[in-house]
Design a protein around this ligand. Structure first.
Ligand code: HEM
Length: 506
């Protein structure tokens, strides 16, 4: 309903905008700002550019306006950076100046205006939150402590697929089982909690409410109201829905997980063997006054998004590429067989001895980068970039996908070819040692989850390929790899059915 009304009002606003530009004669931009499309008062370039901004659109503008351009979209200023030199400047050299986060009106709701860690400004609160979350999640000790669980979770996926006759005949939507695996991995670290199956009622509830949040947050349909405040009344229904989903989500975390854990911890307080998990640590930080209860819930919120979705989407992309590139899949299987032998299932320490497996993951993260322009950065103060003035509180997108797919930097970047990471790009690592390849970002706001994401994905992918031949359903030569690009993520549009033919060697 809101959208119908919006359509009617738009026409009159267009007329008003044209009148405004004639009267004001102030179209254009101050001289030393980066170039960009023509702007109108109030609306900026919104009429020409529209709502659907993704990394591919940014490449088109970069070709027209250069390695840094500025989009004035209503009240928002969006600076997009598309060269390795300027990415380095934003993320490293001026990492502090550009180290805050830009939130839109929906993320203001999801994060209580930055009471979380991911979407908060650079400063004391961010430093404190990052330090607190690092202890239970982001150290090598965590990898040592939990890698056995990750292996067991991957083994359970393999077992379920072997026991499911549909998997080897018409095929199954493998992503669904992988999603349960990743939830179990993250919830084990956070709450020492495991969901029994895809049908576990609490799991269903949790997955649904997280899915609602993801859909609402990543949709680009609300951009018009974020860009142009006078349109905001048309978003009232949408924003109310975001508030309602946020309330339900935070309540679910609190009632079903945080409070449940407090009860377990109090009844088993005398048990010296009680495994300390993430939430125990966060609650201790709350008890000693470092953070408040809302901060605790927002940390849980952040982990539900940052840790789970990214790993699930990347694994889904990797599986899709292996299905569509059977030679690569065979080569990977040969490496696993040769290095590990027929009876050994891949474990975390093995992943370091499997360069082709690492290259398959690197190539997936290059071509199918799930956060293609990083999480939007922001400069709190007016800043200078490449001789241009970047107005305070600009949203800064670093087009990491373009850096990793620019034909001037990469040989045939459109091809899925893991070999590149063993040949001409053999020095390029996932940790951002070369700025042209930064799927996890680099610098102060880079992804701390890299330490666990890489082993989890390596173990899972390795075990799937060791145990099954993965192929499209009968009658299909490839699975669909259409992209669905959101506010700042890129995932597969359709969750494909995959046939998993068991191998009999193990
Ligand atoms: C931030 C990618 C997994 C937690 C980021 C950023 C990227 C990214 C690109 C933004 C960097 C920037 O803006 O400069 C990925 C990818 C993953 C992954 C590709 C897996 C395939 C994880 C996991 C966790 C995690 C498993 C947690 C366990 C975070 C957090 C931030 C972040 C907390 C915000 C850091 C900050 O603002 O200081 N991630 N991530 N990520 N990621 Fe990840």
């Amino acid at each position: 309903m809101d959208f119908l009304l919006l359509q009617k009002v738009l026409l009159s606003l267009i007329a008003a905008a044209i009148a405004a530009v004639v009267v004001s004669k102030i179209g254009g931009r101050p001289r030393n700002m980066p170039p960009g499309p023509f702007t109108l008062p109030i609306f900026g370039s919104w009429f020409q550019v529209g709502n659907n901004l993704d990394h591919h659109d940014f490449i088109r503008y970069a070709k027209k306006f250069g390695h840094v351009f500025l989009l004035r979209m209503g009240q928002r200023r969006i600076a997009v950076v598309s060269s390795p030199e300027l990415a380095k400047e934003v993320l490293l050299t001026q990492g502090k100046e550009f180290g805050s986060r830009s939130r839109n009106i929906v993320y203001d709701i999801f994060t209580g205006k930055g009471q979380d860690m991911i979407f908060t400004d650079y400063g004391d609160h961010w430093r404190k939150m990052r330090r607190i979350v690092t202890v239970p999640f982001f150290t090598n000790k965590v990898v040592r402590q939990y890698s056995g669980d990750w292996e067991a979770e991957a083994a359970a996926v393999v077992e379920d697929m072997r026991n499911n006759t549909a998997a080897s005949t018409e095929g199954v939507v493998l992503r669904r089982r992988i999603e349960l695996m990743v939830y179990n991995i993250v919830y084990k670290i956070m709450f020492n909690k495991k969901f029994k199956s895809e049908q576990d009622p609490l799991y269903v509830k949790l997955k649904n409410v997280n899915g609602e949040r993801s859909g609402l947050g990543q949709s680009r349909n609300y951009n018009f109201g974020d860009f142009v405040p006078i349109f905001r009344p048309f978003l009232r229904g949408y924003l109310n829905k975001c508030k309602e989903v946020t309330r339900r989500r935070l309540n679910l975390y609190k009632d079903s997980f945080v409070e449940a854990r407090k009860k377990i911890a109090s009844t088993e307080a005398t048990d010296k063997n009680l495994l300390k998990c993430g939430i125990d640590h966060f609650l201790e930080c709350q008890a000693n006054g470092e953070i408040n209860e809302d901060n605790v819930l927002y940390i849980v919120e952040n982990m539900n998004v940052a840790a789970i979705e990214t790993i699930v989407w990347t694994l889904e992309w990797a599986i899709a590429e292996l299905v569509n590139n059977p030679e690569t899949q065979n080569k990977l299987r040969a490496e696993l067989d040769n290095v590990l032998g027929p009876n050994k299932q891949v474990t975390e320490p093995d992943t370091h001895k499997l360069p082709y497996l690492q290259s398959v993951l690197k190539e997936t993260l290059r071509l199918r980068m799930v956060v293609p322009c990083l999480v939007p950065h922001m400069n709190l103060q007016k800043a200078n970039l490449a001789g241009y003035e970047i107005p305070a509180e600009s949203r800064i997108f670093v087009n990491a996908w373009w850096l990793a797919n620019d034909p001037a930097q990469w040989k045939k970047p459109e091809e899925f070819r893991p070999e590149r990471f063993l040949e001409e790009e053999s020095n390029v690592e996932v940790n951002g040692n070369d700025i042209k390849y930064i799927p996890f970002g680099v610098g102060r706001r880079s992804c701390p989850g890299i330490t666990m994401a890489m082993p989890i994905m390596s173990i899972t992918l390795g075990r799937l390929v060791q145990n099954f031949e993965l192929s499209p359903p009968l009658g299909q030569s490839k699975i669909d790899t259409a992209e669905n690009n959101g506010q700042f993520v890129s995932r597969l549009s359709n969750h494909s059915t995959i046939v998993l033919k068991p191998r009999n060697i193990i």
